[in-house]
Write a protein that binds this ligand. Structure first.
Ligand SMILES: *[C@@H]1O[C@H](CO)[C@@H](O)[C@H](O)[C@H]1NC(C)=O
Ligand SMILES: *[C@@H]1O[C@H](CO)[C@@H](O)[C@H](O)[C@H]1NC(C)=O
Ligand SMILES: *[C@@H]1O[C@H](CO)[C@@H](O)[C@H](O)[C@H]1NC(C)=O
Ligand SMILES: *[C@@H]1O[C@H](CO)[C@@H](O)[C@H](O)[C@H]1NC(C)=O
Ligand SMILES: *[C@@H]1O[C@H](CO)[C@@H](O)[C@H](O)[C@H]1NC(C)=O
Length: 231
């Protein structure tokens, strides 16, 4: 009888530890959502967007209604009135559609902060902060009541002028966030400027995992350092 009692106690203890552990990892999952206090309010732009897209609110975020714990599911981010003086890492929210940074004492924001934000299509900024990538990266830029609104991210691969020809031959251009694009080698081409043809030898030597790391590093080095440019 006594042993059963102890076992039950132990099981309960493990259960409680588990819950605590899960709760703490859950909280750190979307740090960006608790960057400032409060939560998204119903009557704000992000709040209305969230209810119209059937999302659910977690702190300052609107999450897409899919399985929890997927870090890719932030679709709205409301960091307005948050006393932010600078913004440098929002990578957690790179799948976001809408960001509100209005009513913050921001001085400037680097374009790099939004690199890779492919779905970002609506931003509210303090009036004196330019839209990331500049006016030419957006379909519409408006200033009203102290806010700057950037709407409709333009595809940098589909612009008239010098940009469209900026990816080397044998490579494909793909958008990479406001003002950014990346060039990746077409199938069967590789190397700097995608000039060499044929399979990458390391694939056979190192096996898939190591090879993908090498390919990723090379791609990152070649495409982002050299060719992904802000305009
Ligand atoms: C916001 O909307 C939710 C869901 O529609 C509702 O439960 C809640 O009461 C609303 N809050 C306010 C302050 O209107
Ligand atoms: C901004 O936040 C402050 C303090 O959190 C609050 O008193 C104020 O009403 C907020 N302003 C707006 C416009 O929401
Ligand atoms: C922001 O402004 C400060 C001072 O004007 C400058 O030193 C800094 O390089 C700027 N940062 C960015 C990301 O433009
Ligand atoms: C960008 O657009 C805004 C709003 O239309 C305008 O006020 C501003 O002068 C433009 N900036 C540039 C550099 O063209
Ligand atoms: C490029 O832009 C034109 C006009 O803005 C549009 O009709 C066309 O579908 C775009 N093409 C791609 C691949 O986005």
């Amino acid at each position: 009888m006594k042993t059963v009692c102890c076992w039950q106690g132990l099981v309960t203890l493990i259960f409680i530890i588990n819950i605590c552990f899960n709760a703490s990892t859950r909280l750190t999952e979307h740090q960006v959502c608790s960057l400032c206090g409060g939560s998204v309010l119903n009557e704000t732009v992000v709040g209305r967007f969230c209810s119209s897209s059937a999302g659910w609110i977690d702190g300052r975020c609107c999450l897409r209604n899919v399985k929890t714990g997927d870090p890719k599911n932030i679709i709205g981010l409301d960091l307005s009135n948050c006393s932010l003086t600078h913004v440098d890492n929002l990578q957690e929210a790179s799948s976001v559609f809408m960001i509100d940074l209005s009513r913050n004492p921001l001085i400037n924001i680097s374009d790099e902060v939004f690199q890779g934000f492919l779905d970002l299509n609506y931003m509210i900024l303090p009036e004196d902060i330019v839209c990331p990538g500049g006016n030419t990266s957006w379909q519409k830029v408006e200033v009203s009541q102290g806010d700057r609104v950037c709407r409709g991210q333009k595809n940098m691969c589909n612009q008239t002028g010098w940009l469209s020809t900026n990816c080397p031959e044998n490579s494909l251009c793909a958008p990479y966030g406001p003002g950014f694009y990346e060039c990746s080698c077409a199938e069967n081409f590789r190397g700097y400027k995608c000039l060499r043809q044929g399979e990458f030898p390391a694939l056979r030597v190192f096996g898939p995992l190591a090879a993908s790391t090498v390919v990723m590093s090379l791609l990152l080095w070649a495409t982002q350092r050299r060719k992904a440019k802000s305009i």
